[in-house]
Write a protein that binds this ligand. Structure first.
Ligand code: GTP
Length: 433
C-alpha cells in the first residue's frame, strides 16, 4: 500500500482513494468522527423537523392537514432519534449505507409531503428543499454516489410536487430548478474538496507514520550495532572472554572499590605450559581451540563477580574481588585442577594440558593494579622455572612471613615465593591494550 502524500490527489470521482485498502483504513480511522457527526445531524434534524409544526399550526390551524403533518413530522423525528440512538450504541452504523440512506429517503419523502399540505408559498418550500439538499451533502457522512442519488430524489420529487400541486409558469419553474442545480453542483464540489483534503491529510499521516517506523527501526538497528561493536571492543575474539583492555578497566574499577571498602583484591596470572609444542605438533588451529577450552575451564571455576581476561597469547589474567591470598590460592588450585584433571579433546586429538599460576594481592596503598600484576607475573615466572603445573603465591611486600603458614597440598610442585623474584630478562610490560 503506497503511503505517499501525493496519493491525496489520486482519488476517484467519489472523492475516495483508488486504493481500496487505503480507503478502508481511512474510513475505519474516521468512524468515531462520522458517528459523532451523524448523531448530531440526526438530533438537530429531528428538532428542526418538529419545530416546524409550530409554523404548520400558525398556517393551517388545528385541522386535518395539520394533524397529518404533525403525525408525519413525529414519525420522521422518531426515526431520526432512533437512528441516532442506534449509532450511539453501534458507531459502525454511521458508515453503513442502508440505514443512512433509508433515513435520508424517509426525511426527503416527509419534506416533499409538506409541499401539498402547506400553502405558505413556493419560497418557503424552495428554501427548505435547498436547506435539505445542503444538509444531505454537508452534514450526513454519506458517500458521494449516495449523496447524489438522495439529491436526485429530492430534485425529482420537488419538480413533480411543483407540477402536481403548485403549478408555476414555465420560466419561474426552470429558474428554481437551475438554482437547485447550482446548489447541488456547489455542494458536490465542496464535499469533493473536503474528501480530497481529508484524504491528502490522511496520506500524509500514513507517510509520517511509516517514516517514524523506519526511523525507529533504524535507531534500533544502530543500537544493536553499537551493542555489538561495544561487545567486540571488549571481548577477545578467539576465546570469548574479556580482552586485555577491558580487563584493565574492570580490574581498576574493582581496585578502587576494594580500596574504598577496605576489602582484598587478588590477581592471578595463568599461563598454559608448553603451549608452543601443541602448535608445533598439532598446528595453530588445534592450538586455538585448546586455548578456547582452557579459557572456558578457567571461567567455570570463577564466580560471576570475578574478572577473567586474555592477557595475550596463551596467558590469562584474573582479578578476584573480596579474595585474600588464601582464597585466591584455593581458587587457583581449583582452576589448575579443572585444566589438568581431564585431557582436552580437540577435533579428536587428546591434549594433556597444565597451567602455571602466579598469584598476588593488590596492596592497600597501591594506586594501580600494575604492581600487583608485576608480582603475579614474577611468581608465574618462578613457577615456570621450578617445573610448571603449579601455583606460586607472591607475598605482599610488607608481609612475607604470613604466607609461610598457608598449607601447601598441591602436586606436582607448588612453589612459594618468600622474596621478590627478579623479573624475566625480557622484562614483561603491563601494556593495557
Ligand atoms: N594457536 C595459538 N597459539 C598462540 C596464540 N597466541 C600465542 N600462541 C602461541 O603460544 C606459544 C607460546 O609459547 P611460549 O611463550 O614459548 O611458551 P610455552 O610454549 O607455553 O612454554 P611455557 O610458557 O614456558 O610453558 C607460541 O608458540 C605462540 O605462537 C594463539 O592465539 N593461538
Amino acid at each position: 500500500m503506497s503511503t505517499h502524500a501525493e496519493d491525496g490527489n489520486q482519488l476517484d470521482w467519489h472523492g475516495e482513494f483508488r486504493d481500496s485498502a487505503k480507503e478502508t483504513l481511512f474510513r475505519r480511522t474516521m468512524l468515531a468522527q462520522d458517528a459523532c457527526q451523524m448523531r448530531h445531524a440526526l438530533v438537530v434534524a429531528a428538532g428542526l423537523f418538529l419545530a416546524f409544526s409550530l409554523t404548520d399550526f400558525s398556517l393551517l390551524g388545528l385541522n386535518n392537514d395539520f394533524m397529518m403533518l404533525l403525525a408525519m413530522r413525529v414519525i420522521v423525528a422518531t426515526c431520526f432519534l432512533s437512528l441516532a440512538l442506534a449509532v450511539w450504541r453501534r458507531p459502525s452504523l454511521a458508515q453503513a449505507p442502508l440505514p443512512i440512506n433509508l433515513i435520508c429517503l424517509l426525511a426527503i419523502t416527509g419534506l416533499l409531503l409538506t409541499i401539498p399540505l402547506r400553502t405558505d408559498g413556493i419560497m418557503t418550500n424552495f428554501s427548505s428543499i435547498v436547506a435539505a439538499s445542503m444538509a444531505l451533502y454537508l452534514f450526513i457522512p454519506n458517500r458521494i454516489p449516495w449523496m447524489l442519488a438522495c439529491n436526485a430524489y429530492l430534485f425529482g420529487g420537488f419538480l413533480i410536487s411543483m407540477v402536481l400541486w403548485s403549478p408555476l409558469p414555465g420560466g419561474v419553474l426552470v429558474n428554481y430548478l437551475l438554482l437547485l442545480g447550482f446548489v447541488n453542483l456547489l455542494c458536490w464540489l465542496t464535499v469533493f474538496r473536503i474528501h480530497r483534503l481529508q484524504r491528502a491529510q490522511f496520506a500524509n499521516l500514513l507517510e509520517e507514520r511509516s517514516n517514524n517506523q523506519r526511523l525507529k527501526e533504524e535507531i534500533e538497528e544502530r543500537n544493536q550495532l553499537e551493542r555489538r561493536l561495544r561487545h567486540i571492543a571488549r571481548t577477545d575474539e578467539l576465546t570469548g572472554i574479556t580482552n586485555r583492555r577491558r580487563f584493565f578497566e574492570l580490574a581498576e574499577r574493582e581496585r578502587r572499590r576494594a580500596q574504598r571498602d577496605g576489602s582484598p583484591l587478588s590477581l592471578c596470572m595463568v599461563d598454559i605450559d608448553y603451549f608452543k609444542s601443541i602448535n608445533d605438533i598439532h598446528g595453530h588451529a588445534i592450538g586455538d581451540l585448546a586455548l578456547t577450552v582452557v579459557a572456558a575451564r578457567c571461567q567455570s571455576v570463577l564466580r560471576e563477580s570475578d574478572i577473567i581476561g586474555r592477557y595475550g597469547g596463551e596467558e590469562f589474567v584474573i582479578a578476584l574481588p573480596q579474595a585474600n591470598l588464601i582464597t585466591a590460592r584455593e581458587i587457583s588450585e581449583r582452576l589448575r585442577e579443572a585444566v589438568c584433571l581431564t585431557p582436552v579433546e580437540v577435533k579428536g586429538v587428546l591434549l594433556d594440558l597444565t597451567v602455571t599460576v602466579g598469584i598476588s594481592r593488590v596492596g592497600d596503598g597501591e594506586t594501580s593494579i600494575d604492581p600487583g600484576l608485576l608480582r603475579a607475573d614474577r611468581a608465574l615466572y618462578t613457577g615456570k622455572e621450578r617445573g610448571r603445573n603449579c601455583l606460586v603465591v607472591a607475598p605482599e611486600d610488607h608481609e612475607p612471613p604470613l604466607l609461610e603458614s598457608v598449607p601447601m597440598t598441591f602436586t606436582p610442585a607448588e612453589v612459594r615465593v618468600t622474596a621478590p623474584v627478579a623479573a624475566p630478562a625480557n622484562g614483561r610490560r603491563f601494556n593495557r591494550s
